[in-house]
Design a protein around this ligand. Sequence first.
Ligand SMILES: Cc1cc2nc3c(=O)[nH]c(=O)nc-3n(C[C@H](O)[C@H](O)[C@H](O)COP(=O)(O)O)c2cc1C
Length: 166
Amino acid sequence: MKISIVYVSESGNTEKVAGFIRTGAEQVPETDVRLFNLEKPESVDEAFINDSAAVIFGTPTYVANMCWQMKKWFDTNWTVRLGGKLGGVFATENSPNGGGAELAMTAMISHMLVKGMLVYSSGSEFNRPFIHIGPAVVRDQMELREEHCRVFGKRMAIKAHTLFDR
Ligand SMILES: Cc1cc2nc3c(=O)[nH]c(=O)nc-3n(C[C@H](O)[C@H](O)[C@H](O)COP(=O)(O)O)c2cc1C
């Protein structure tokens, strides 16, 4: 099963979190995870994303919202087909006191719903840690959230296998 992690990262924070999530997802057997940074369009393999059972989107928080590059991608990309896939979100931010990462994530979720995705966070399904919307990671506290991100990745992969394995 393929899982894509699609994100924007200008200075590396969101990319680092994407790596944590990948490590967690790869703990689930038969899971092939690839990372795609929209800042490097030449490296984005749309065929792999179209083949993926789940797509996880990550954004840096820009002005308490998703970054403009991610918004542009959602608004203008119609070649990647997201309908019917499992979707998840994560975001990084600077401020430990409410920099807006949750708002950035819910903004992405609106687009994912419009494109027909099955959005999932794991929430309280597996008890602690509860992951309410998706991992919200403060730039300077990344190591504190590494395990949380791994758990999220693993839960996303388990859910994708549960839904789509035959
Ligand atoms: C234009 C711009 C707006 C930003 N707005 C916020 C914000 O509202 N809240 C916040 O906590 N951090 C904000 N940041 C900081 C980034 O969200 C943070 O540094 C992020 O981890 C960068 O991710 P990257 O290294 O993957 O590019 C902003 C950064 C930029 C460049």
